[in-house]
Design a protein around this ligand. Structure first.
Ligand code: IPE
Ligand code: IPE
Ligand code: MG
Length: 242
């Protein structure tokens, strides 16, 4: 590849990629396996994805792991997913740390088991100064709930006399979201062929490019990430201008 072309491609690598990791159940079903087998393979795909994102030069990677609506699944599947998360953290955090990855979580922490919370907090603490990739796991996350909480915080500030309603700006809302410290996603990928956001980063997605891949999440690899980045690079982002 010509140096100039390489340089322009590098410049257009999305700074922040967010992924709706969907299709674990269908992957298992195609193989007549229990759904948990799909979730297990999905956890392996996370590792592949992180490595590929680092290679591609992505700075922020947000992964939708468990939505606030996923509690509506049968109890045994919820248990399987939570067990897998614990297993993933026990197995992967040291390696993520050695790769200079910063790990942090967004979502409500109220319904999670104490030992899970402890693993999450110690992973965040261990990796907090890492700079190669900022990896954000959305766990028990729901965007509408996040926006409601921001509205509550701003309403309290108004009630206390610290803020006038007419002074509320976009920045006040953004600063009260769980993503206050990270830039909005440039690219949102959803695997499995579904084309919806399922309560993921609704405010933050305002000008994200959306790419829907047919690949099921357990089959996601560097090639699939490359395909999504290629598609992103074909898009013209206008932000309402011309
Ligand atoms: C994504 O795969 C994993 C989670 C939502 C936790 P699914 O479990 O939603 O897989 P499908 O959509 O049933 O194939
Ligand atoms: C979205 O997938 C949530 C995650 C990937 C964690 P779902 O499979 O839960 O979404 P719906 O129910 O198809 O919208
Ligand atoms: Mg699904």
């Amino acid at each position: 590849m010509m140096a100039a072309q390489l340089e322009s491609d590098t410049r257009r690598v999305p700074r922040h990629i967010a992924i709706i990791m969907d299709g674990n159940g269908r992957w298992a079903k195609q193989r007549s396996l229990p759904r948990v087998a799909g979730h297990r393979k999905g956890a392996d795909a996370v590792r592949t994805c992180v490595t590929a994102a680092i290679e591609a030069g992505v700075q922020y990677l947000t992964l939708y792991a468990f939505s606030s609506e996923n509690w509506n699944r049968p109890a045994d599947e919820v248990t399987d997913l939570m067990n897998l998360l614990r297993h993933y953290l026990r197995r992967e955090v040291a390696e993520l740390n050695s790769k200079n990855v910063r790990l942090h979580f967004i979502g409500k922490r109220d319904r999670l088991a104490p030992d899970t919370l402890k693993l999450m907090e110690s992973a965040e603490e261990l990796t907090k100064d890492n700079t190669r990739l900022h990896m954000c796991i959305a766990l028990n996350y729901g965007s509408q709930c996040e926006i409601v909480e921001a509205a509550r915080a701003l309403a309290s500030a108004v009630k206390n006399g610290d803020l006038a309603p007419e002074d509320i700006t976009h920045a006040h809302v953004a600063d009260n979201l769980l993503t206050a410290h990270i830039p909005d996603p440039d690219l949102i990928i959803r695997t499995s062929g579904e084309q919806r956001l399922s309560n993921f980063l609704l405010w933050q997605a305002a000008y994200a490019e959306l790419v829907f891949l047919d690949v099921l999440w357990p089959d996601f690899d560097a090639c699939a990430l490359g395909k999504a980045i290629d598609e992103f690079q074909q898009r013209e982002r206008r932000y309402g201008g011309r």
